[in-house]
Unconditional design. Structure first.
Length: 189
DNA sequence: GCCGTGACGGTTGAC
DNA sequence: ATGTCAACCGTCACG
């Protein structure tokens, strides 16, 4: 059953994407189904853009590169560039928002925030990305920034990022995904 | 041509 | 163990 969409009923888009090719392009990757957007960029539907791309976006914007150029150069839709840049201006964070979880979590968030930080400190091996606590962005980021008096952002961002990268690499070697991923890599030419 | 925005199909994770 | 549901994601296309 069709619901009446907002004001303009944007467009009941066709069965999906890529009217040019007629079918969604897929790209095999160890992580799952990668897809290719109109600009030729690879993305995973439903998942955030990789961190280094997000970083590049804000970095280029920082250097005065126009969003449309960033979009074309990085092959990321301009909507996404706009969104990431807007969020960066608002929150100062390049990170995606918290995906998943339930509503009641928000109520517990205020209480749980501290415990998450503690937990992360006590379990440095636990990758936030993997545990789903990678929701350090937005309001949380703001709270932390306030707490620590304006620090954070880029340095902290990079700190966390490189830590996570390191961790994910180390963990990947011992995880099923890592093993499978390795196999995939080896299977490739 | 650029950019803000909303629908869409998708993923995630707490409950 | 499984299902539900509300959050988020990036793309696409309109205006």
């Amino acid at each position: 059953t069709t619901v009446l969409f907002g004001k303009a009923m944007m467009r009941p888009t066709l069965a999906h994407n890529y009217p040019r090719t007629g079918f969604p392009l897929e790209v095999s990757s160890p992580l799952g189904q990668g897809r290719v957007n109109q600009l030729g960029g690879v993305f995973i539907n439903g998942r955030p853009l990789p961190n280094h791309i997000r970083h590049q976006i804000v970095e280029m914007a920082h250097h005065g590169v126009r969003p449309c150029v960033i979009s074309r150069q990085l092959r990321v839709s301009h909507g996404c560039v706009s969104k990431i840049l807007c969020r960066y201006q608002e929150t100062g964070s390049i990170r995606p928002g918290a995906i998943g979880g339930s509503k009641s979590k928000q109520g517990a968030a205020a209480d749980g925030e501290k415990r998450i930080e503690e937990y992360k400190r006590d379990n440095p091996g636990m990758l936030s990305w993997e545990t789903g606590t990678y929701w350090r962005s937005g309001s949380i980021s703001r709270i932390v920034r306030c707490k620590f008096g304006g620090k954070l952002e880029e340095e902290e961002e990079e700190e966390v990022e490189s830590k996570e990268l390191e961790e994910s690499e180390r963990r990947a070697k011992h995880s099923i995904e890592g093993i499978l991923g390795d196999r995939c890599k080896r299977a490739l030419p």
